[in-house]
Design a protein around this ligand. Structure first.
Ligand code: BYC
Length: 309
């Protein structure tokens, strides 16, 4: 199938499946995005895992454990979807994509380079980080690559539970003592701008958007999704009695959307370059796990070999 026919095919809302003929740049775009999405899921387990032993009640601990296990599952669906793109010339097998993350070559979401400093941050991560992730992932359910699109359907169902458990943590804190409400406000202050940066650079500065839109991988632009996130989140913050840390946030009657301030793009670029508050720590944790737990993989492989012999 030539390039024009392929574009016509995906733009008519047809799905592409692993064995179908596809252009190399479509395959590369998917390997980049799906594997980076997988890395985000598993690096995203780290800031929350830090709070399992300190969750305030048994019920909270169980919910947090279940959420973190879900993220591991999302990582697995996404690595499996990535592997379907491996064709010998464009490497998409588990080891090579995972090693790209460990070496720093492949990105994962900027948000996971920020620490979770208090229990309220766990609430803010569920509410804002999972909330932003859902906004993006609902759009991705309609992407043109079958395995990615189907993985997104399952992931979105679980993410909406994650978002609610986070919001419920904050609701409890906001109905508690003055100190607890302050913790919630401080968490919102810390996570607001990093959550908005999850949607990526402004459309004018997004090198991959046009191709991704043409191929029906991205269905909505970074700015449109960010705007929708702001629009739905403001009333949720108001319900909690919290103030969004943006002096320029204002309802615009004309556009029927909220106007908001300029994002700290210099900070975003620094995080992408590896200089965020936790970049080095996150990668070191993953590298250490790879080194110290490789025996588990070796044992599983040896066992699997024995079973098939
Ligand atoms: N962080 O041209 P652009 C979760 C990179 S995890 C880091 O707009 P694109 C969860 C971008 O990769 C949810 N890098 O790119 C888990 C590109 O660099 P490369 C994670 C970013 O791909 C645990 C460059 O900047 N979600 O739910 O068209 C606990 C230019 O950007 C970021 C996904 O991964 C960023 N924020 O659009 C809790 C969704 N933004 O690759 C929750 C899937 C941009 O050319 N991904 N970059 O070197 C996407 O939808 C798209 O890749 C993006 C970026 C919207 C993120």
């Amino acid at each position: 199938m030539n390039q024009d026919k392929f574009l016509e095919y995906v733009q008519a809302e047809n799905k592409v499946e692993p064995k179908d003929v596809m252009p190399d740049d479509y395959r590369k775009l998917l390997v980049r995005q799906i594997s980076q999405h997988a890395h985000s899921e598993i690096v995203g387990m780290l800031p929350e895992a830090n709070w399992i032993s300190r969750a305030p009640t048994l019920r909270r601990k169980m919910a947090l454990l279940a959420k973190i296990q879900d993220e591991a599952g999302h990582g697995l669906y996404l690595y499996a979807a990535t592997e379907t793109l491996n064709n010998g010339e464009i490497a998409a097998d588990r080891d090579s994509t995972y090693n790209d993350m460990l070496s720093g070559k492949a990105k994962y979401s900027s948000i996971f380079n920020y620490p979770a400093l208090s229990w309220a941050d766990i609430g803010a991560i569920g509410w804002l980080v999972d909330g932003a992730a859902i906004m993006n992932q609902v759009m991705l359910m309609g992407n043109s690559y079958g395995p990615y699109s189907r993985a997104m359907v399952r992931i979105c169902k679980e993410e909406s539970f994650h978002q609610r458990q986070g919001y419920e943590i904050l609701m409890t804190l906001c109905r508690g003592t003055k100190e607890q409400k302050n913790l919630a406000q401080e968490a919102l202050n810390r996570f607001w701008w990093p959550a908005l940066m999850m949607f990526g650079p402004n459309d004018a500065d997004s090198p991959n958007s046009q191709k991704s839109m043409n191929y029906r991988v991205k269905r909505e632009s970074n700015d449109d999704l960010r705007q929708r996130f702001v629009d739905v989140t403001v009333s949720q913050a108001e319900f909690l009695g919290l103030k969004i840390p943006d002096e320029n946030l204002k309802w615009n009657e004309e556009t029927q959307h909220y106007d908001f301030g300029e994002l700290p793009w210099d900070e975003f670029m620094e995080v992408l370059k590896g200089n965020g508050p936790c970049n080095k720590k996150r990668l070191e944790t993953k590298r250490k796990a790879q080194r110290e737990h490789s025996w588990v993989k070796d044992a599983a492989m040896a066992y699997a070999g024995k079973q098939t012999n």
